[in-house]
Design a protein around this ligand. Structure first.
Ligand code: PAF
Length: 278
């Protein structure tokens, strides 16, 4: 496996691959959730590129860009063990000549004026822009994204359709710790006490799912019940959407996706999680 930092070098290699290219875009600090995406790409018999790039354009000014974990050596070892062909880890200068004078890919307002897009202005412009760049740089035919970032996945799928990227997006299920905590690179910020609070996200989702299965389909009751379990965290949002449209869920909709974002106060860590109610 090669670790590549330069776009030109990557292009030289990808020009000569005879297998389709599978891209796993990441910001590093890889965990078993990322591992499941890499495994899937390798199993699909792709030439697998894992990009590791902490993208400054998707972080707000008061967010955790500076402290975001950077563990390239460890990440590369995992990628190699999993059978990836290349780790692409460019510098900021390699990716952006000037982040202030940058052509951005901007998802439609209706997809970003809610949930994470509402609390993180500019975030999804940054994500859509860097993902488009990675698609163009790697010339991948498939790209693997985790369902934990459900709104991100929805936005990327729409972008691929709207901008005619000839790429198949492969959604991969959330990977959880045995006690239910969804894996996230930001879990590394949690001490034991904070971890107990973080667990409330999956507990709240599971509780709402239980109520749903008992026949309670009232949005207010479901959200209020989940909210009680989240006590002790600072809830950013708790919503139920139609996963096909990301519009507010209505009783006529077949599928329902509950999403939560909350800050864990002692460590100021913002976590997200989601679950289909069915
Ligand atoms: O999900 C992430 O880690 C990032 O948003 C992504 C898709 C790698 C873009 O920087």
């Amino acid at each position: 496996m090669k670790i590549i930092h330069k776009i030109s070098e990557l292009k030289k290699i990808t020009k000569n691959t005879n297998k389709p290219i599978g891209l796993v875009p990441t910001m590093g600090a890889l965990h078993q959730g990322h591992a499941s995406l890499i495994k899937k790409s390798v199993e699909d018999d792709n030439f697998t590129i894992v990009s590791i790039f902490v993208n400054p354009v998707q972080f707000g000014i008061n967010e955790d860009f500076d402290k975001y974990p950077r563990t390239l050596e460890k990440d590369a070892k995992l990628c190699e063990e999993l059978g990836a062909d290349i780790v692409f880890s460019p510098s900021i200068d390699e990716m952006y000549q000037d982040t202030k004078e940058l052509t951005l890919v901007c998802p439609p307002y209706s997809s970003i004026n809610k949930l994470c897009g509402k609390s993180r202005p500019g975030h999804f412009d940054g994500v859509a822009t860097v993902v488009s760049k990675l698609f163009n740089i790697t010339k991948c035919s498939k790209a693997y994204f985790g369902e934990k970032d459900a709104q991100q996945l929805f936005i990327i799928q729409k972008m691929v359709k709207d901008l005619n990227f000839d790429i198949t997006i492969i959604p991969c299920p959330i990977v959880r710790e045995p006690d239910g905590l969804a894996l996230s690179s930001r879990n590394s910020y949690l001490d034991e006490k904070a971890r107990q609070d973080a667990l409330k996200l999956s507990k709240a989702l599971n509780y709402a799912k239980e109520l749903w299965q008992k026949g309670i389909k009232n949005k207010q009751i479901l959200c209020d019940s989940a909210l009680k379990i989240l006590e002790g965290t600072i809830v950013d949002y708790i919503e139920i959407v139609n996963p096909e449209t990301f519009e507010d869920w209505e009783e006529k909709d077949k599928n329902a996706l509950m999403l939560i974002a909350a800050k864990i106060p002692t460590t100021n860590t913002r976590l997200i999680d989601n679950m289909e109610l069915r």
